[in-house]
Design a protein around this ligand. Structure first.
Ligand SMILES: NC(=O)c1ccc[n+]([C@@H]2O[C@H](COP(=O)([O-])OP(=O)(O)OC[C@H]3O[C@@H](n4cnc5c(N)ncnc54)[C@H](OP(=O)(O)O)[C@@H]3O)[C@@H](O)[C@H]2O)c1
Length: 324
């Protein structure tokens, strides 16, 4: 089969499309003919050996797929021929055939294409975990999301309203990304430059209830400043590169929280949680209450460019590689 492989830890440009053997089904594994695979920021980090997971070289890049089941374990909830989306957490996804643990494979609602389906699980379930579990989002609250035109960002914009938010403010670096944020459902969009003052003005000085932050870096202290009383700042990632520090007097003074939100860790340490999440998110997707992603598509041969678009900050929305 053809697959996008990392042979040297030299960044996205070193990803090569190679011919390798199909993976063998492991016990409890579902074999999937992959039609499309999602790209996310951890893929960028893994091409440099900078992610917490460091697979042996060479490895196939990517962590989520959508496709058709070829083979499933006896008694599994999916059967050969089913349209599915699945997590491989992480690696072994951008390939013509993938094997995923049976509890990480779900039926794709009929109204969603395989290409959009490949862009759902990783980001949408992270955002669901962030807002529901870590952020304790209450009906009508205001959510602000940094990097709002990125994968996690657009997922937040698509989902927050359906999960109860009254308002979703997007922070983006360019006008072109502001368009992406609006198209994905932002109530308000502000540019990174001067974002704190703009948010204070939009909220009549009150601030926001939740900041979902996949970016980190220099804006972190301002994110704390942007919170309303009893607000929660969710630490999701550090695309800006720098890991911020927090002076805890700021938390005390405003009665606010800084909360870690690592979805993968939670999934691994809480068996059954993934299925619980899907049981809540699937009907919202199937009924259209959460719009499916509209990913930017790259063919398999251009996987390096697909991953590089997240690295060089040009990606607009979710990025998906197509294989069939
Ligand atoms: N905690 C968890 O469970 C979890 C799960 C999934 C992903 N993540 C993390 O979430 C973060 C976002 O992932 P993603 O897939 O949404 O990434 P993405 O699609 O590349 O979006 C990231 C956004 O970050 C902003 N950004 C600011 N500085 C940047 C820089 N120097 N380089 C690149 N982007 C920069 C960009 O928005 P602007 O240009 O508008 O600033 C970009 O749109 C990553 O750190 C990832 O590891 C965490």
């Amino acid at each position: 089969m053809r697959a996008a492989q990392v042979g040297k830890l030299e960044g996205p440009d070193a990803i090569e499309v190679v011919e390798i053997d199909e993976p063998k089904a492991f016990p409890g594994g579902v074999v999937i003919d992959v039609h499309a695979a999602g790209v996310a920021f951890p893929d960028v980090l893994m091409t440099r050996g900078q992610y917490q997971m460091k697979p042996e070289l060479p490895f196939v890049v990517g962590g989520e797929v959508a496709g058709i089941v070829r083979q499933a374990p006896e008694g599994a909830h999916v059967r050969p021929g089913d349209r599915v989306l699945a997590l491989t957490l992480l690696g072994n996804a951008i390939a013509e055939v993938a094997v995923a643990p049976v509890d990480m494979v779900f039926r794709l609602p009929d109204n969603i294409s395989l290409q959009a389906g490949a862009g759902i699980l990783f980001n949408d379930l992270t955002v669901h975990f962030c807002l529901r579990n870590r952020g304790r989002l209450a009906e009508g609250e205001t959510v602000l999301v940094h990097g709002a035109a990125g994968g996690i960002g657009t997922s937040t914009l698509r989902m927050a309203g359906a999960l109860g938010a009254g308002r979703v403010i997007a922070v983006v670096s360019t006008e072109a990304k502001a368009e992406v944020a609006r198209a994905n459902g932002a109530t308000d969009v502000v540019l990174t430059d001067g974002w704190l003052a703009a948010v204070k003005e939009l909220t009549d000085g009150r601030g926001v209830d939740i900041v979902l932050d996949p970016v980190g870096g220099d804006r972190f202290t301002d994110s704390i400043r942007s919170l309303a009383s009893a607000g929660r700042l969710l630490v999701v990632g550090f695309t800006a590169g720098k890991i911020p520090t927090v002076k805890v007097n700021r938390l005390l003074l405003k009665n606010v929280e800084v909360v870690g939100a690592a979805w993968g860790e939670w999934v691994m340490s809480h068996p059954g949680y993934l299925a619980e999440q899907w049981a809540e998110v699937e009907p919202l997707l199937a009924s259209g209450k959460i719009a499916p992603p509209e990913p930017v598509l790259f063919p398999l041969e251009e996987t390096a460019a697909a991953v590089a678009s997240l690295d060089n900050r040009t990606a607009k929305g979710k990025v998906v590689v197509t294989l069939r």
